[in-house]
Design a protein around this ligand. Structure first.
Ligand code: SAM
Ligand code: MD0
Length: 337
């Protein structure tokens, strides 16, 4: 049996864990991940509001519903709409607003002026941390995000296998994506790195990604299982068994005890929350107010209008698990650590 009470694991050990389906090993892994989270933050779990404010995108990612060539209905929200939904999320108890967008040519054309105004207002008027997920932008735009007060820049490589990356993010430069992240970090913005599970990666690819996340100094690290999207080239590919995502969450917790690691409601909706928290996640993402006209990404509508993706709903599940949503002060103290 592996000794899970350490921080250092060799590549071979990580590979062995990824390859294992021994229930005893997996239970020991998840239990250690929960133990570490408890040591770091007791019974508190963080929560982020998700504001996907434009679904227009110039890219053609093979896995994505919102890829440019998919003929779908799209929306672009204005500043007032974005601020109104952000305020309602903050009032409901989220700890941060994640402003996410497709690589919308209209926002690029105006040099992200409106986005910076929104960031500033959420920071200065609502006094709430902000994550910006804009895709790849130039360094001068990242400078503007830093000036506006953005706390996090989220930009997921999806995989650190360059060949597989090229098949997923078709026509997008691997290094430009990585360098944007590294530049944001240099500017004092926390970065989030992420990977997609179930896109044809090997266990070695996953272990490489896990180690890269540490090397680049990501404060937040995530994994999401691939969900097939209607109209996309990967429409007929299968979604992976969730055990892979759960093992990756637990390994991220073992390797990076104080990292922010999401249990995303975007993958399996609210019913997927418990397993991800039990695997060591310390943060709930993709909270979206019902009937707001805003969408998710991997599951654009699942549980949204039904009110399943709310702080209230998540809090009642956490309560059954002896956990609770952190307060504003608790999250901000955690960030300062
Ligand atoms: N457009 C920006 C970008 O590409 O960085 C930000 C939003 S992007 C839509 C956010 C992330 O959602 C992607 O990086 C990917 O990890 C995840 N995602 C997109 N489509 C998905 C799918 N079909 N299944 C699971 N995750 C998906
Ligand atoms: C999530 N649907 O947290 C969101 C999204 C983008 N920064 C995050 C993938 O699951």
């Amino acid at each position: 049996m592996l000794d899970f009470s350490r921080k250092d694991y060799s590549k071979e050990e990580l590979l062995r864990i990824m390859a294992s389906d021994d229930p005893e090993i997996l239970q020991a892994l998840f239990s250690q991940a929960r133990k570490i989270r408890k040591e770091v933050q007791g019974n508190k779990i963080f929560a982020y509001g998700f504001v996907y404010f434009t679904t227009y995108c110039r890219n053609n990612c093979n896995f994505c519903y919102y890829r440019n060539s998919n003929k779908i209905e799209r929306y672009r929200k204005n500043k007032d709409e974005v601020l109104a939904i952000s305020k309602s999320l903050i009032d409901s108890g989220v700890n941060l607003i994640d402003l996410t967008m497709g690589e919308d040519p209209q926002y690029h054309a105006e040099d992200f002026e409106t986005v910076c105004q929104i960031i500033k207002e959420i920071k200065d008027v609502y006094d709430t941390p902000v994550m910006i997920s804009p895709g790849v932008v130039n360094h001068n735009i990242i400078d503007k995000f830093a000036e506006a007060g953005a706390d996090f820049y989220a930009l997921y490589q999806e995989t650190h296998n360059r060949e597989l990356y090229a098949k997923m993010r078709v026509g997008q430069d691997y290094d430009a994506r990585m360098n944007a992240k590294l530049y944001a970090k240099e500017k004092g913005i926390y970065i989030e790195e992420g990977l997609l599970a179930g896109i044809g990666e090997t266990s070695e690819d996953i272990v490489d990604s896990l180690l890269t996340m540490g090397e680049i100094g990501a404060r937040q690290v995530r994994v999401m299982s691939f969900i097939p999207q209607e109209g996309s080239p990967m429409e007929d590919c299968k979604t992976p068994d969730r055990i892979e995502e759960l093992k990756i969450i637990a390994l991220m917790r073992l390797l990076y005890p104080s990292a922010l690691i999401p249990a995303s409601l975007d993958v399996d909706g609210i019913r997927g929350l418990k397993d991800r928290i039990n695997a060591g996640a310390n943060l709930i993402t993709s909270i979206i107010p019902p009937k707001s006209g805003f969408m998710g990404v991997a599951h654009s509508t699942m549980d949204v209008d039904e009110g399943g993706r709310t702080v209230e709903e998540a809090a009642s599940i956490l309560d059954e698990m002896g956990l609770r949503i952190a307060s504003k002060e608790e999250y901000e103290a955690f960030l300062r650590q």
